[in-house]
Design a protein around this ligand. Structure first.
Ligand code: AMP
Length: 582
């Protein structure tokens, strides 16, 4: 039987999980880790790299490395690598395909179906793009669920029937969501959801990057933002971004951290190094307004759900960014209580997705999840007005009908512009597309009535259908071409493209696994040699030289990336290390 997995497709990192023996379980990647960087790289020879190996080559090869693709989902942007152009859906599909291969290897069975999570505040275009990404990767996408809802499911999984109101505060790598969820005896009902699709950890990193650039300019009189050599410029920015992220993460547990970037720039023959101390206080000053931007969505969610902070029983923090002390303080101050400490903010979304997969597969008892429409859905009417059809926070799936009267004698076609958003002005909302309604029965002006149905499906994806009122016949609706959406043909074509890479992705996975094992073995060996030299372990000098010889052999084989030789060395070295593990 084919398995269904749950996938948290994050801006920075992604995770995959499944229900195993009745429990949601995270699935490790080839390096034994649950977290896989959402990074895709293309080597000069056209080979695809995904996850850790892609992240590792980002500095050396920034122009052929794609990060934070989630931020471009649902847009018409294209990523140009060499001669080829990729849609955000295709790049996401590569990440999803890798998670599929990880799951298949771990579970020992084919995985054809997936539940994929998205930020609750994702628009129709972003949800559709995610679903297409899943299909390009070779999944049947069973359902798209909201990240906060998944987190609440993970929390409520073993909590029994007690009624509780939960606030989920989700600050990830690129997006921010707040959801209020009421849980009663296995039923999860979303009461309200708000957020900001353009606020996340990346923005915090860039604040630190800007600061480092400013400080470097003051000290060295060199502007790292204005380096004439484009590829050097990119590599510098990539190194700064990575160092900024590391510093940011350090400052969640430390009060001060060092940023060291040796050889950041070469002036003539002279290398210039970047060295900076960053305190938590300075960092907090740099990002205060970003943290404060999360305040208003909390208020809005509470007022939409008609709740006061004290009526909320539990607060769940989701996303790596919620490890930031300043973020935790803001949530505590707004809500008047501490968030739960026993929920892992990086893992709970994938766990919730796995629970939803288990429900779908019938291997878990039924939970009922009722989510809501994140945005008001409506159409443009004369004078740039926005006519609301489905208000935000309406429980989904839902369907609303609207009646149209023809405005011209003999009219056979009509154009409907569908939008999502909260502004009274159509032009300020997000356009979903223009739909051409054709085959209207010709009649005198006002005589022909067309019923248009606006459906939000269970995934939060909008579907528009129409019917001639008189003839009760379905009318065809075509979306005017938009690069934001892929056609069925484009999805099928991309699917073939990605599946062509399966063999090389498997080989790459194996290579990454062996290289990682070799590096870990080398680390263990080095520690053992050092312990022997210091006399902390009793190892005679002949043995120490044997161990050193082994370490050198691994180093050599790592340089040439000779996988079969590495495997041989790893086996021998593991045996040697085991002899001393007393
Ligand atoms: P997510 O993928 O939703 O877990 O969020 C990833 C974001 O969380 C990235 O911007 C990470 O840099 C950030 N992050 C991860 N761990 C920490 C930490 N300990 N403190 C602060 N931010 C973190």
């Amino acid at each position: 039987m084919s398995q269904i997995v749950g996938i948290d497709l994050g801006t920075t990192n992604s995770l995959v999980a499944a229900v195993i023996d009745g429990k949601p379980t995270l699935i490790p990647n080839e390096r034994g880790k649950f977290i896989t960087p959402s990074v895709v790289g293309f080597t000069d020879t056209g080979e695809l790299l995904v996850g850790e190996p892609a992240k590792n080559q980002a500095v050396a090869n920034p122009e052929r490395t794609v990060t934070s693709i989630k931020r471009l989902m649902g847009t018409d942007r294209r990523i140009v690598i060499g001669e080829k152009e990729y849609s955000p859906q295709e790049i996401s599909a590569v990440i999803l395909k890798k998670l599929k291969l990880d799951a298949e290897t771990y579970l020992g069975s084919v995985v054809n179906e997936a539940i994929i999570t998205v930020p609750a505040y994702f628009t129709d275009a972003q949800r559709q793009a995610t679903k297409d990404g899943g299909e390009i990767a070779g999944f049947k996408v069973e359902r798209i669920i909201n990240e906060p809802t998944a987190a609440a499911l993970a929390y409520g999984f073993d909590k029994g029937g007690e009624a509780r109101t939960i606030l989920v505060y989700d600050l990830g790598g690129g997006t921010f969501d707040v959801s209020l969820i009421r849980m009663v005896e296995g039923a999860f009902k979303v009461l309200a959801t708000t957020g900001n699709n353009n606020l996340g950890g990346d923005d915090f990193d860039y604040r630190v990057v800007e600061y480092l650039i400013e400080r470097f300019k003051d000290k060295e009189k060199i502007d790292l933002k204005n380096i004439p050599d484009v590829s050097q410029q990119r590599a510098i920015l990539q190194r700064l971004k990575e160092a900024a992220e590391t510093a940011k993460i350090d400052l969640s547990s430390l009060l001060e951290t060092e940023v060291n970037l040796p050889f950041i720039y070469t002036e003539g023959e002279e290398p210039v190094h970047l060295h900076e101390t960053l305190t938590r206080a300075k960092y907090e000053e740099l990002v205060r307004d970003l943290v404060e931007q999360t305040q208003q969505p909390i208020h809005l969610a509470l007022s939409d759900a008609n709740l006061a902070p004290e009526q909320v029983d539990a607060i769940i923090l989701v996303g790596g960014m919620t490890r930031t002390p300043m973020v935790q303080r803001l949530v505590r101050d707004e809500m008047g209580k501490e968030a739960l400490k026993d929920i892992n903010p990086e893992e709970c979304v994938a766990m919730g997705a796995a629970i939803q997969a288990g429900i779908k597969r019938g291997s878990l008892e039924e939970f009922v999840v009722v989510d809501v429409a994140p945005f008001t859905l409506g159409i443009e009417t004369e004078g740039d007005k926005f006519s609301r059809i489905v208000p935000r926070n309406t429980a989904i799936p839902c369907s609303r009908k609207s009646l149209y009267r023809t405005t011209v004698d003999g009219q056979t076609e009509a154009l409907i512009h569908v939008l999502q958003g909260e502004s009274d002005k159509a032009s300020q909302n997000e356009s979903l597309g223009e739909f051409i309604l054709s085959e209207i029965t010709p009649a005198a002006r006002g005589d022909s009535l067309v019923e248009v149905f606006f459906d939000y499906d269970v995934n939060g994806i909008v579907k528009i259908t129409a019917k001639d009122r008189k003839t009760a016949q379905g009318k065809s609706i075509t979306i005017k071409a938009s690069k934001k959406r892929l056609t069925t043909d484009e999805v099928a074509h991309a699917q073939r493209d990605v599946s062509r890479h399966t063999g090389s992705m498997l080989a790459q996975r194996e290579r990454s696994k062996v290289l990682y094992e070799a590096e870990s073995t080398l680390k263990d060996l080095t520690l053992l040699i050092r312990a022997g030299e210091k006399g902390e372990k009793k190892i005679d000098s002949i043995e120490i030289s044997r161990l050193s010889e082994m370490a050198n052999k691994i180093k050599e084989a790592l340089k040439s990336e000779d996988l079969s030789l590495l495997e041989e060395h790893i086996e021998k070295a593991t045996g040697l290390i085991a002899d001393y593990s007393y």
